[in-house]
Design a protein around this ligand. Structure first.
Ligand SMILES: NC(=O)c1ccc[n+]([C@@H]2O[C@H](COP(=O)([O-])OP(=O)(O)OC[C@H]3O[C@@H](n4cnc5c(N)ncnc54)[C@H](O)[C@@H]3O)[C@@H](O)[C@H]2O)c1
Length: 357
């Protein structure tokens, strides 16, 4: 792949020259952790976020840690974004901005195609008229749909057959980005991109400066922790009769700071002409019951559980083969222990019982 990355000295904080980086969705969960890491690595950061699902207070916290220029706008607003790309001499885009609820995407598909696909395409058209040379896109394991058991662990060459509008809205952007990168290559223009397919992201900044705040919360770890904190009565386990060892669904939980490290590693490694797809996960499958056990160990609370029916479109097992990103970038998840992931999320929730409010 022509990548040069020193795996013996994997230290993302010093692995790349200072850049001017546009972070779309930087007021959200993963984006805010990325901004923090970029600032700590000495980069100049511009955030564009509608704040529709993000938090202004997160921006205030981030601004205390370095040079962040915040603009409240849609990342697809060319009139805002193109001048920013030029005036702030942006060379790298980390594109996190999106709506991310699978269920909502089924209820309101056009909202997802318009925002996740439409705004991304307009962002790419602004990038096409700028000097941006690196583009890192937040894709998702949802683009794989329901791979059969014979496809586990999921490699990047697993067919992408998403089964909901959320996954489809993201796959379309992957395809558009690859097409754009190929065109740049043909024209001899400096450009490289990475499509990072995240598995289930969890945990928070270990110093509790930023954390996960979604409304409504749909992710299992914070839902279990909300129950442990008495903020909800119980946790519903959707399906206990799957053909998995304990009958519940299995997913691949990656710590948010490890995920962010993967972005910085990709930034440092991709070279002009490159177009890469990398799975970002631990490679380890964890069942819903194992999450509940971990929550009990970390919080000391045995969360009340209700058994629910299987949800349509919930595959029994989704976990990745992370060997490509390990081989190419030297990246592996540092947080391998589930309790370590859950503990940072719990610390955040205890220190911020009302989120950023
Ligand atoms: N959280 C996960 O487990 C997970 C898993 C796979 C992929 N992802 C992807 O990671 C990215 C970030 O997810 P998150 O959990 O941080 O979500 P989030 O909702 O916390 O953050 C998304 C941010 O984007 C902003 N936003 C949305 N549309 C926008 C637009 N058109 N222009 C500007 N800002 C906009 C929102 O206001 C919010 O601040 C998303 O692209 C998501 O699809 C997340």
């Amino acid at each position: 792949m022509g990548l040069q990355y020193d795996t013996t000295a994997f230290d993302v904080s010093s692995s790349t020259e200072p850049s001017s980086v546009l972070v779309t969705g930087g007021a959200g969960y993963i984006g805010s952790h990325a901004v923090l890491a970029l600032l700590e690595a000495g980069h100049r950061v511009t955030v564009v976020d509608t704040l529709v699902r993000g938090h202004r207070r997160a921006i205030d916290v981030l601004a205390a840690h370095g040079d962040v220029h915040f603009v409240e706008a849609d990342c697809g607003d060319r009139g805002v974004v193109l001048p920013l790309l030029r005036e702030r001499a942006i060379d790298t885009v980390l594109h996190f901005a999106a709506y991310c609820y699978v269920g909502e995407s089924v209820q309101e598909p056009l909202k997802y195609y318009a925002n996740n696909t439409g705004s991304s395409l307009r962002l790419l058209m602004a990038v096409a008229d700028s000097d941006v040379s690196r583009f890192i896109f937040s894709s998702t394991c949802s683009t794989y749909g329901e791979p059969g058991e014979d496809r586990l662990p999921i490699g990047e060459d697993c067919p992408q057959r998403p089964i909901n509008p959320y996954g489809r809205s993201k796959l379309l952007v992957e395809q558009a980005l690859s097409g754009f990168a190929a065109r740049r290559r043909a024209e001899g223009r400096r450009f490289a991109c990475a499509r990072l397919r995240y598995f289930n992201v969890a945990g928070s900044d270990p110093h509790c400066r930023v954390g996960e705040v979604h409304d409504p919360e749909t992710h299992l770890v914070p839902i279990c922790l909300q129950a442990a904190a008495g903020l909800r009565d119980s946790v519903t386990v959707f399906g206990t009769d799957y053909g998995t060892p304990d009958g519940t669904c299995i997913r691949d939980y990656v710590h948010v700071t490890d995920l962010v490290d993967a972005h910085l590693a990709a930034m440092a490694a991709i070279e002009p002409g490159g177009d890469h797809a990398w799975n970002v996960g631990t490679g380890r499958g964890t069942s819903v019951r194992e999450i509940l056990d971990s929550v009990r160990r970390v919080t000391g609370v045995d969360v009340p559980v209700e058994q629910g029916a299987r949800r349509p479109g919930d595959p029994p097992s989704l976990y990745c083969d992370p060997s490509r990103i390990r081989d190419d970038l030297g990246w592996t998840a540092r947080h391998q222990e589930l309790d370590d992931i859950v503990r940072t999320a719990w610390d955040w929730m205890q220190s911020h019982p009302n989120g950023y409010d």
